[in-house]
Design a protein. Structure first.
Lengths: 427, 66
């Protein structure tokens, strides 16, 4: 059998299973990795004598450790009650009824998703919103829907804000500051535009000026743990920021911070480990192997050569197309495989055309983060948001999602597209 | 929504809700000599719940009430 065709079929099978959701995404990726290893060994693409060393060579350990470290840190920080404390403090300070609080929660969503996983950020914002809506006797639907969209805008803020950011940063050598300098202006612009859109679309149907009479500290069970977790997290962020001077691998900083958090945080490690999303780690590592098989079989180079023919005339158009392809595909399939697959393709495009790999890489970051909002299943935070509403007895159809959220997401993607076009001038 | 996210959500939501809208759950066994159906209906009877709230307020604001 034609070898590139075989590995293309394995990739197509994995993507079909991911889109249909037939199995858990980690199981699908493990199956794809297993088939890749089996056939790559059979056809002599992988060295069977030294298979494990070869497989580890495909996996970017720094990225994997970075993801694990950030997950442990974020989980410990979330358990300290810091985010509920901030949420209740904001609700108490803003006052003036549910509409006003929900608008301030949109900004809070961006902040939370910038430092937490989108899932955790959405769970916390969802819980705060639903409880406050009950308190004010109003509907949380619009706030939850728009918060789902906002988590993905927050996901653009920092290198640690989403897994595609971590993958691109590690593979294209973006430092923490490099990332912030390019991503933050767009994230702030999108936040502002999105907020204005939401204020226009939602109207206050609750004019209550009831003040929240609750002590935000009451959600913090252990103040010592609260302060320790916050200090360790901030220290790790400072290390990320000064990584250009410290010269330590980002994965080592993250995993080091996670170990210190486990030692000093005073939380039950078993319980933290049980809440780390190991499925994503299996998914990520398995996909590195699938991409390794695609690369060895020549599929990626052949595909990249075709891409070069289409994209070779202008770096801005190349990056724009990259962003839209990544964005549209991320609306139906997980953004991790798209990111992992497109990076080697863009490396080849950059090598052949001389276009800046960094500019091409930004197209992947923006598309992968924002595209997920195009459908209710495109991003984990959308699924969580709709799950929360379902628990509250509200069913949101695809039609309603398209009606309420898609115009906003298209607007975000168009702004990101304009920004990507300007990048060759800025960089 | 995955099982772990759902669990995490319920845990946080019940904690915040308890802070914002404090509530207690009581188990009251049926007193003798009352109609079973009428007794069970009290659980969702808003007038009954309001009466209990008034009694609680009286008990907690007038120390001698205990």
């Amino acid at each position: 059998m034609d070898i590139p065709l075989l590995f293309s079929l394995i990739f197509a099978l994995v993507m079909i299973l991911l889109v249909t959701g037939r199995y858990h995404r980690s199981v699908t990726a493990l199956l794809g990795a297993f088939l890749t290893i089996l056939f790559a060994s059979e056809y002599g693409l992988f060295n069977i004598q030294d298979l494990w060393t070869e497989l580890i060579g495909f996996i970017d350990l720094d990225t994997v450790l970075l993801v694990i470290g950030v997950m442990i840190l974020a989980e410990s920080l979330a358990r300290s009650g810091l985010f509920e404390f901030i949420g209740l403090s904001v609700a108490k300070t803003v006052g003036g009824g549910f509409h006003r609080i929900s608008i301030s929660f949109m900004l809070l969503t961006i902040l939370f998703s910038a430092v937490l996983s989108n899932i955790t950020a959405m769970v916390i914002i969802g819980a705060l919103t639903v409880s406050l809506a009950k308190k004010f006797g109003t509907e949380p639907t619009d706030t939850i829907l728009y918060a789902s969209v906002m988590t993905n805008v927050g996901g653009l803020m920092f290198m640690i804000s989403s897994i595609p950011n971590l993958i691109v940063s590690a593979q294209l050598n973006f430092g923490f500051i490099d990332f912030v300098l390019i991503s933050m202006p767009l994230a702030l612009l999108l936040s502002l535009v999105t907020l204005l859109f939401i204020v226009r679309k939602t109207k206050s149907n609750n004019s209550s000026s009831e003040q929240i009479k609750v002590d935000p500290w009451s959600v913090v069970e252990n103040k010592g743990l609260f302060y320790r977790a916050a200090i360790i997290f901030v220290t790790v962020i400072i290390f990320f920021i000064f990584d250009d001077f410290i010269k330590l691998p980002l994965g080592l900083i993250a995993i080091g911070g996670a170990i210190i958090m486990l030692v000093l945080g005073g939380q039950e490690p078993e319980s933290i480990f049980s809440n780390v999303d190991w499925g994503t780690i299996f998914f990520l590592t398995s996909f590195y192997i699938i991409v390794g098989g695609l690369s060895r079989s020549g599929v990626l180079t052949a595909f990249a050569d075709d891409v070069v023919k289409i994209l070779s005339f202008n770096p801005a158009i190349a990056s724009n197309l990259n962003m839209w392809v990544c964005g549209l595909s991320s609306s139906v399939v997980d953004n991790i495989p798209m990111t992992l697959t497109l990076i080697p393709v863009m490396e080849h495009v950059s090598a052949v055309t001389g276009f800046s790999l960094k500019i091409l890489g930004w197209g992947i970051v923006f598309g992968a983060n924002l595209g997920g909002n195009l459908t209710p299943i495109g991003s984990p935070s959308n699924i969580i948001g709709l799950g929360i509403l379902k628990k509250e007895g509200v069913h949101i159809s695809w039609g309603e999602w398209f009606h309420k959220c898609v115009p906003l997401v298209i607007l975000q993607l168009l702004l990101a597209s304009a920004y990507v076009t300007l990048l060759p001038v800025i960089l | 929504m995955s099982e772990s996210a759902s669990r995490k959500y319920e845990e946080i939501e019940s904690r915040i809700e308890k802070m914002l809208i404090p509530s207690i759950t009581l188990e009251i066994t049926m007193p003798e000599g009352v109609d079973r159906e009428a007794f069970l209906k009290l659980e969702n009877d808003s007038k009954f719940i309001e009466t209990i709230k008034t009694q609680i307020k009286k008990l907690l604001t007038q120390e001698k009430g205990y």
